[in-house]
Write a protein that binds this ligand. Structure first.
Ligand SMILES: Nc1ncnc2c1ncn2[C@@H]1O[C@H](COP(=O)(O)OP(=O)(O)O)[C@@H](O)[C@H]1O
Ligand SMILES: [Mg+2]
Length: 409
């Protein structure tokens, strides 16, 4: 269904939101505006009476009222509409409250009309829910709220280590604007997800396979567009469908993401069988990791469902395991030490796992791969990971690399 055939109910007191919506939506879309203040105690009732497809709550000027209204609407059952919070300002600060109140998504303003329409379309598409196709392989979505924490390094090393264990992994670069999985793996972007979507036709295993690039380790990759402007064409529906197809073919789909809860990243979170949060061991990064974990908790993912990788986990920083636990309420599952060999390997288009599997970092990524092989029942538990403390980081945290003897899982 297109935006033109949707009915929108908009709670707002902001004239800028009203004009932005009128500019973004087709004239045939049904738009009804209600003052945020009028709705204060009756938003749920108004929604029941008007039965819109989508409710937008714009509340930059008064977030507290907005959150009350969102909560009131979220309580409406059973035919609850899609609830989208619209916000002007820093999304991080507001996002937590919006999700907790019951918003399905958050769209930040201002945006050019085309982009705004696109964001709304994505939000509505996301609500369609997970595909009913039967899944096979595991899907690990690698996340981190900040850039530079080591998501790409983790995704690539994990994929290569999984391949080395005999599994069949594919890395999907969902950092659609600034993806660098190709660079990290030394792969030329001759074919990317952009070429896949522009090639048209229906998606099936053969079709997607023609746009996959192969890494000598045995890991495959679906690379990000080569230019940021090409990212806009990649819809959330398309991302969901591609991930579904890949899971039918591969043992592990490892999804590298952009440092944001963008619509395609939210799709990759919803579709994942496992989440891997990558944070860094310093005070500022830990604060961001905490916000990221809280946001995931509001989306319904408990800390115990998430693997926490702490990168650059050197004892010299002066932060102990108990400090980390105190702040995050979660013990890191894998510790990766700082190692200059990592950027050096990256410059050569190689992973630390390939360059020096015996290094602390190489062994940490082997430990991460082992953890997923165990979680998916793909390896014997007698080689299970050992508990660790921050003092173990120089030894690679969770380690004990062991090749799986059987190929395929
Ligand atoms: N443990 C580490 N030790 C040294 N350098 C690292 C480590 N982890 C990541 N880096 C470097 O930090 C930079 C950012 O890593 P990257 O994986 O691209 O982060 P993200 O994908 O989260 O933005 C890269 O240049 C990488 O080489
Ligand atoms: Mg990255």
């Amino acid at each position: 269904m297109t935006l033109a055939s949707r009915t929108f109910l908009v709670f707002t007191d902001e004239t800028t939101t009203e004009s932005a919506l009128r500019a973004a939506l087709p004239s045939s879309a049904s738009l009804r505006f209600v003052s945020l203040y009028d709705a204060f105690d009756s938003a749920g009732r108004i929604v029941t009476e008007t039965a819109p497809d989508v409710v937008l709550v714009s509340c930059s000027s008064n977030p507290q009222w907005g959150l009350r209204v969102i909560g009131d609407i979220a309580a409406v059952q059973p035919s609850r509409p899609v609830i989208v919070a619209l916000y002007e300002g820093s999304p991080q600060a507001f996002m937590e409250g919006a999700f907790r109140a019951g918003a399905d998504d958050l769209v930040t303003l201002p945006q050019p009309p085309d982009q705004f329409a696109f964001e709304l379309q994505k939000v509505i598409a996301r609500r369609r829910g997970p595909s009913s196709d039967t899944r096979r392989g595991a899907m690990i979505t690698v996340l981190g709220p900040k850039g530079g924490t080591g998501k790409t390094v983790t995704s690539c090393n994990l994929a290569v280590a999984l391949a080395d264990s005999g599994a069949r992994p594919v890395v999907v670069d969902l950092d659609l604007q600034f993806g660098d999985v190709g660079l990290a793996l030394g792969l030329r972007p001759e074919r990317t997800i952009y070429d896949l979507i522009t090639s048209g036709g229906s998606l099936d295993t053969d079709k997607v396979g023609r746009f996959i690039v192969h890494h000598p380790s045995g890991a495959d990759a679906l690379l990000a567009p080569t230019r940021p402007d090409q990212a806009a064409i990649v819809t959330t529906d398309f991302v969901r469908d591609v991930l579904t197809v890949l899971r039918k073919t591969y043992d592990f789909v490892v999804v590298d993401t952009a440092p944001a809860f963008s619509p395609e990243v939210i799709v990759a979170i919803d579709a994942a069988s496992h989440l891997c949060v990558v944070g860094m061991l310093d005070a500022l990064s830990l604060k961001d990791t905490k916000i990221g974990l809280e946001t995931l908790a509001q989306m319904g993912y408990a800390p115990e469902d998430i693997t926490l990788v702490l990168n650059r986990a050197d004892t010299s920083v002066g932060i102990s395991t108990s400090d980390v636990y105190e702040l995050l309420r979660k013990t890191p599952d894998v510790l990766v030490p700082s190692d200059r060999a990592i950027p050096r390997a990256l410059t050569n288009g190689s992973t630390i796992y390939e360059a020096d599997a015996k290094s602390g970092a190489g062994r940490a990524f082997a430990g991460l791969a082992n953890r997923y092989l165990e979680l998916t029942g793909a390896r014997d538990l007698d080689a299970s990971a050992e508990p660790m403390t921050l003092g173990d980081a120089s030894n690679g945290g969770l380690v004990r690399k062991r090749r799986l003897l059987r190929r395929g899982i």
